[in-house]
Design a binder for this molecule. Structure first.
Ligand SMILES: Cc1cc2nc3c(=O)[nH]c(=O)nc-3n(C[C@H](O)[C@H](O)[C@H](O)COP(=O)(O)O)c2cc1C
Length: 379
């Protein structure tokens, strides 16, 4: 069996369906739900997603396939929100346990194979930089998911006609700040903890929201964005890119023109150790900001986020493993308050060894599994 994951509409797929007659096809039937970051696919039902919406067996399908073909609209250097949603829901394909590969922390294999992957990015045009970004993204993703890049192609296609809707700011004199926690773990998210930290540092007119609360009323969130001058996005790294839920919002925002040029700030965090693995995500948010006519004003990329989230609170004086995160968040807070720009800051753990972080993480999975009646060997 070969597997095709695509985001084409029916009319677009009809033109190429003959080429994929013997493929198992994963396409958008409108019912896919985003990953909620619960890790149930590792500690509850190993290998399978706990959300039963018909897209819960993607890891199995990838394993059973001789090869995987992906057709996706090029979106800020990566996949469209649908295709990204499919990959966010597939992480059970790999094991929760970590290993060091090419001097970086990654997940161990669940299955013996390296899966051949062909990827076809589609767009109305590509710049050389965009092609490079997509190649870099696919390479990172395949490293993490144990894929083997067989081919990567760029196909030019018709752009979708978007009738841009204009959204004016309700009060032009108001310079508000909107903190958006893009993690669907909501109040339990590390993304939220980092936002809480800068919220306590920044003075001014601030509003803090969880994306989760707006999943079924995205228009209300877009209105809030229209009424605010500075937006701080805080999100986790999912499969080397932006999680599908904020990505969907970002795609939607492209359909609007806003009456003022908004400033975008970013906090990104990840489970693995090295913050440099966040480079794709940081660049994606930059490309999206440019596309929307927003001004990207810098961000903080945080490695070992599951540990740093616990250690970052406003009472921390900037000592210990979270020192670099705190320095980065302090600089970001200052930039947000003064409406200035900073270079992206990559914040790794201070004087905390990667092997110790990996040891602690690797012993946490069996503990999580035991609560669900599973043993280490079941993972
Ligand atoms: C679907 C999924 C994919 C993930 N992919 C990555 C990844 O590619 N690299 C990484 O370092 N961490 C990855 N993580 C781990 C999260 O980035 C990490 O747990 C983060 O701290 C979660 O932040 P939050 O609490 O704000 O959601 C992934 C987690 C999930 C649920």
């Amino acid at each position: 069996m070969k597997l095709l994951i695509h985001d084409l509409n029916e009319e677009e797929f009809a033109h190429i369906s003959n080429d994929y007659k013997d493929f198992h096809i994963i396409s958008d039937n409108g019912t896919i739900r985003p990953c909620i970051g619960c890790f149930g696919c590792w500690v509850k039902t190993p290998g399978k997603c706990v959300i039963k919406d018909g897209y819960d067996n993607i890891g199995d399908l990838i394993h059973e396939a001789d090869e995987v073909v992906v057709i996706s609209r090029y979106t800020y250097g990566g996949f469209s929100s649908f295709v990204k949603n499919v990959f966010d829901r597939c992480i059970g394909y790999v094991s929760p346990f970590f290993e060091i590969y090419k001097d970086e922390m990654h997940h161990k294999k669940r299955y013996p194979e390296d899966k051949p992957v062909t990827c076809i990015f589609r767009s109305d045009s590509f710049t050389p930089d965009q092609k490079e970004a997509a190649k870099r993204y696919l390479k990172s993703m395949c490293t993490n998911l144990h894929g083997l890049i067989k081919d990567i192609r760029f196909e030019e296609c018709k752009s979708y006609d978007i009738d841009k809707k204009t959204l004016n700011k309700a009060d032009n004199d108001k310079e508000g700040i909107l903190f958006i926690n893009c993690s669907l773990r909501a109040d339990n998210a590390n993304s939220k903890r980092f936002l809480n930290y800068i919220d306590a540092k920044i003075k001014g007119d601030k509003t803090s929201v969880n994306l989760l609360s707006y999943m079924n009323k995205q228009d209300e969130l877009i209105k809030l964005i229209a009424d605010t001058s500075k937006i701080v996005l805080s999100m986790p790294l999912y499969v080397d890119g932006i999680p599908s839920a904020p990505l969907r919002l970002m795609e939607k925002l492209e359909e609007y023109s806003f009456s003022e040029n908004k400033k975008i700030y970013l906090i990104a965090n990840m489970g693995l150790f090295e913050s440099k693995q966040l480079v794709n995500l940081m660049n994606m948010v930059k490309e999206w900001s440019n596309k929307c006519g927003f001004e990207y004003c810098g961000g903080v990329a945080i490695g070992a986020g599951e540990m740093q989230g616990m250690m970052t609170d406003p009472s921390n004086p900037g000592k210990g493993p979270a020192k670099n995160v705190i320095i980065g968040l302090n600089r970001l807070s200052e930039a947000v308050e003064k409406s200035t720009q900073i270079e992206d800051i990559y914040a790794d753990s201070n004087k905390f060894s990667r092997s110790l972080y990996m040891f602690i993480a690797n012993t946490s999975w069996p503990r999580g599994a035991r609560k669900n009646g599973l043993k280490k060997k079941d993972l």
